[in-house]
Write a protein that binds this ligand. Sequence first.
Ligand code: HEM
Ligand SMILES: *[C@@H]1O[C@H](CO)[C@@H](O)[C@H](O)[C@H]1NC(C)=O
Ligand SMILES: *[C@@H]1O[C@H](CO)[C@@H](O)[C@H](O)[C@H]1NC(C)=O
Length: 327
Amino acid sequence: MANIFPLVCSFLFVSSLSSLCSALRVDYYHHTCPHVEEAVTTAVKRAMAADRTVPAALLRMHFHDCFVRGCDGSVLLDSTKKNKAEKEGPANLSLHAFYVIDNAKKAVEEMCPGVVSCADILALAARDVVALSGGPSWEVPKGRKDGRVSEATETIQLPAPTFNFSQLQQSFSQRDLSTVDLVALSGTPTCSATPSGHTLGFSHCSSFQNRIHNFDAKHDVDPSLHPAFAASLRRVCPAHNKVRNAGATMDNTATVFDNAYYKLLLEGKSLFSSDQALLSHPKAKQLVSEFACNEKEFFEAFARSMIKMGSIPGNGQEVRLNCRVVR
Ligand code: HEM
Ligand SMILES: *[C@@H]1O[C@H](CO)[C@@H](O)[C@H](O)[C@H]1NC(C)=O
Ligand SMILES: *[C@@H]1O[C@H](CO)[C@@H](O)[C@H](O)[C@H]1NC(C)=O
């Protein structure tokens, strides 16, 4: 029984119904690698104990993986002599902690060699960092395959922090993600973190520079920003800022995953134009208010949307042995 699934799938491939086989399953490794989840969780916990930037890094890595070529581990590939990989593309700011996936992969390979894809390990790690940070948990559907292509130029397909609502909505709907998914996933506290939020994310000045200097013809500062909050951002990020890694650090608390983002957004204390943009659309604004008042509702929506984002189909065909190189 154990391996009938791939068999049926190759049969379906022949009859060109292979799309049916892209369906992911929670019990995908039940027979082939029953302890994969524990191994990943152990590696993630160990890394989190040593480096508190790990949760934000792994969650963002999974998002970048899924939004470029589907969830196929393409974000994990290293550049080669002939090819510049996604890691070197624009918007790679703050992508790091790839070593955690390497360590998890090593542990998994020792248990069940050549069975578990890197894309699945990343999806599991993203769930783990959220759950271990006080956020919701969920069962991760698995069975992704690793891709063989990673192009630096393709990271421009990621949504930008300067996007307005229609651009955000388009970016999400192209990947079959709804307005609810957009609002729920934007609340990733570590992403759109604000200095007063309970988070540990980090954003470089360049990601919100457009709001605090030269905003438009009439305003130097985005008028929708809370004035004191804008002033604090301008202190950290002056117009001609020379400090290479300056940015809004959210280092006031431990890794806490909560719904503070929505409350702060309603007060004009969000970092990105793309955050503020959520208030420009009636349905999205309604959702922001709901999530601000009801953390349980946010957690449930977030978990559902993470499963949907994690199911964006890729074109992967293999299980890598080393997540940084194709087989
Ligand atoms: C809605 C569209 C989104 C935009 C425009 C966006 C944009 C950004 C930007 C500009 C940064 C700061 C990068 C830097 O300056 O270093 C960031 C950080 C981050 N984003 Fe997003 N993001 C979006 C959606 C998401 C989603 C869907 C997730 C995960 C589910 C996510 C997770 C994160 C995390 C965890 C960080 C912090 C990274 C760190 O501290 O290492 N973002 N995002
Ligand atoms: C991001 O891209 C820059 C420029 O190509 C590169 O120097 C840097 O190493 C990249 N960051 C990561 C994490 O790969
Ligand atoms: C959003 O931005 C796009 C691209 O800059 C622009 O064409 C569009 O008119 C904007 N939409 C709204 C509603 O502002």
